[in-house]
Design a protein around this ligand. Sequence first.
Ligand code: ATP
Ligand code: MG
Length: 694
Amino acid sequence: MATDNKLRHVTSMLELPSPADQNSALHAVILGEALASEENDLVFPSDEFARQAHVSSPQQYLEMYKRSVEDPAGFWSDIASQFYWKKKWDQPACSENFDFRKGNISIQWFKGGLTNICYNCLDRNIESGNADKIAIYWEGNDPGFEDSLTYSQLLDRVCQLSNYLKDVGVKKGDAVVIYLPMLMELPIAMLACARIGAVHSVVFAGFSSESLAQRIVDCKPKVVITCNAVKRGAKAIHLKDIVDAALAESAKNGISVDVCLTYENQTALKREGTKWQEGRDVWWQDFVPKYPTTCEVEWVDAEDPLFLLYTSGSTGKPKGVLHTTGGYMVYSATTFKYAFDYKPSDVYWCTADCGWITGHSYVTYGPMLNGASVVVFEGTPTYPDAGRCWDIVDKFKVSIFYTAPTLVRSLMRESDEHVTRYSRKSLRVLGSVGEPINPSAWRWFFNVVGDSRCPISDTWWQTETGGFMITPLPGAWPQKPGSATFPFFGVQPVIVDEKGVEIEGECNGYLCLKSSWPGAFRTLYGDHERYETTYFKPFAGYYFTGDGCRRDKNGYHWLTGRVDDVINVSGHRIGTAEVESALVSHPKCAEAAVVGVEHEVKGQGIYAFVTLAEGEPYSEELRKSLILTVRKQIGAFAAPDKIHWAPGLPKTRSGKIMRRILRKIASKQLDELGDTSTLAEPQVVEQLIELADC
Ligand code: ATP
Ligand code: MG
């Protein structure tokens, strides 16, 4: 019976036709327009795709999934055995306490096993014949600047830096802060730390000196690795100045850093004129290349920390998420392989920066553990024009392209010609992450970018989860645009009501996870209590994700946004994602963000910020037509009470809409906007305030 319970939320998919059973005329056809609701909107992988996929039918998935939840230790041990372990873990492979009522929360995978993730990414792949395979294709900000490294060249560079770090006194367990743009030196620095057992903390190189200082004070690194400058679009940004300010600020808080290793990023700026603190600042190029290209591996326990990474801060003060080595290694590699149906001949490009978890798990570790060729892009996807992504795709013959809904929406605003003038025929699989992808953005991505032949993996996960949690396996089952579909192996999502009671079947509620998975984070750095309070106390016995989720009649999961953002209109609980998707489906709407505001009669009313497609003028008629679209698609109860024209939306630097600021603007609490330093473009806030009464 326990088994049935575990499988209940996925077995309903069996009632769906398997992709292989479909009449081929149906394949890759979007039935959306013809059907009543998006829930019935099925998009099938082609026969050809399904046949070659790692998992090619719901039945095959279910067999694997069943084992993964009935015997997690056995399932993951078999996969872990494909990696190199200096010493195998002690049994059992997993031990956990997921219930705070039984004592401290603790999660351990492969404890006692000795391994090294850098060894598994590089040496292991080189030994198995991939020495001359390209590990990184690098594309600079300005077209024409490019570089590449094979796996063996990458290992040489990593070893030189590892040796340098050891020489300046970095030891196993020491923290190293990396504040670099997307140069090849960024993954090199991550891998070099991992090789010697140092704990890296990458800080996105768009953060201000205050944010960087905050993180330096929190993790007290021996070394900070940065570069003199970076070009973003046409502008050169002096990163070293930001680091100097952050180090001065940290020193005031009693934290002084021994070494600031600075890479001279010549494509942006020559070193002359860089402010320098003798004794602390060191040019990378003057020292690192002199070190030997071999470096012994530090074998670490599976549960030794690998990295510390702060969440993107959409909902408040960032949390220092700590990941350990063994479980994270196995999980990031396995999720990468299955969710993108990765094959050794693929060329893979993820547009995320290594400053976010996506860049950790799916630019560096996941792909390199699989021996993949990875594109690392320094620039912005719309520079010099909106066709840049497809130019890069054609140039490197990218076959797997992984990005965020915010980029998809911004490219949709521009003419399709930016896409269609490139061939894109190498593309095979597309991916999305970061926010729910609106069905209309999904369709544009699928039809225009993927020429209606590439499945889209809409991957739901978090910094905390280390890897994908709910995601399509692209050849295994039909997709529904806007749904992240089903749980990955070993993941048991449950939807609970306000009291924490699990709800069965079709439902809507709080998304929780039952029992651990290897990639789970182990603590919040230096604050285990906050870890327990934030994630494990809201619903006893579960990990609480903070997100809302709806499960439909076929068992598909639809993320409805963060539960703090859920709007309660006259007793109807409405997810922000649903109203936003309805608005974005209007042909003249490029982007939308909705928040709740106090309403005398309804309790809460819906307040919508709307960005129009390029060149569309604001008008009363358009306002009415937008409201009508929501009424038609969701119902009169979800109709926005107010449409606020927005030339842009406040977003985190990872591209997510920051609704807490919009809530303050909507309720006119302008003196309570709070910390706006993590915003990508803080000036957007002023523009919005000016347009409040238009
Ligand atoms: P903070 O926790 O500091 O507020 P954050 O949650 O934005 O920041 P991340 O860990 O980068 O930081 O983001 C994870 C969140 O992003 C998820 O909890 C979810 O809300 C959203 N998300 C990510 N991928 C998807 C997806 N495919 N569909 C829907 N939502 C997604
Ligand atoms: Mg979060």
